[in-house]
Design a binder for this molecule. Structure first.
Ligand SMILES: O=P(O)(O)OC[C@H]1O[C@@H](O)[C@H](O)[C@@H](O)[C@@H]1O
Length: 217
């Protein structure tokens, strides 16, 4: 394995419950939906516009409405999560070691640049990543492979030499669709939820596991 591709939310930072709450607030309180927390959690993968279409159907919102709702959801998420914003345990050291070993690294996220910048700039970790793929860079988000294939292309690496770090079944599925192996961070989902996939190398709760330490020696 020659390159690392990181999903962002839930994989580098433990923030998925904040996304779920922000979505729940917008979908139910602003848009009059009646979705349970669990329904929101299971359906909020991919781009924000894809989430809105999944929940309310095609052509329910205009593109302008979806863009405005997307930013409003992220504003609520950011203001709630900012006091807790930090990398998962061990990730700071992991990134620094991989960087010193010249391992090419990319971010490949379904989030909009507004959120990716929120994380990279507040945590001052932009220098580690030679490529960043956001929602705005792809036609179709995860579980479609486009996000990860684009990251590999920007890194100049064949997919087979890229290892993906993910927290979500739909993200790990996107990695499988891109013919990439995947390490799962169990911040948000149970290991059984990934049992339909055959590209999972390891499950770790954070970046202090022996498996991840051994990856860099
Ligand atoms: O692809 P990532 O980095 O896990 O980001 C996914 C999340 O990004 C958020 O911005 C979306 O609102 C969520 O619905 C989505 O699940």
């Amino acid at each position: 394995m020659k390159a690392f591709i990181f999903d962002l939310n839930g994989t580098m930072i433990d923030d998925m419950s904040y996304h779920t709450s922000a979505w729940e607030d917008i979908l139910n309180n602003d848009l009059g939906g009646n979705f349970s927390y669990e329904q929101v959690k299971q359906n909020m993968y991919g781009k924000n516009s894809e989430v809105l279409v999944r929940m309310f159907g095609e052509n329910y919102f205009s593109d302008e409405q979806m863009t405005a709702l997307s930013f409003e959801k992220e504003r609520r998420y950011q203001s709630a999560f900012l006091p807790k914003l930090q990398l998962l345990p061990g990730l700071s050291e992991f990134l620094e070691t991989a960087y010193l070993q010249n391992i090419p690294m990319a971010i490949a996220s379904a989030a909009i640049p507004f959120n990716i910048n929120f994380v990279l700039d507040n945590l001052n970790i932009r220098k580690y990543f030679s490529a960043v793929v956001s929602a705005d860079d792809v036609e179709i988000s995860k579980p479609h492979p486009e996000t990860f294939l684009k990251a590999a292309e920007l890194l100049g690496m064949p997919p087979a030499e890229c290892v993906v770090f993910e927290d979500a079944p739909k993200g790990a599925e996107a990695a499988a669709n891109a013919h990439m192996q995947c390490i799962v961070l169990t911040t948000t989902h149970q290991t059984e939820e990934f049992s339909y996939l055959s590209n999972i190398l390891n499950f770790s709760s954070d970046y202090t596991s022996d498996y991840l330490k051994d990856l860099l020696v």
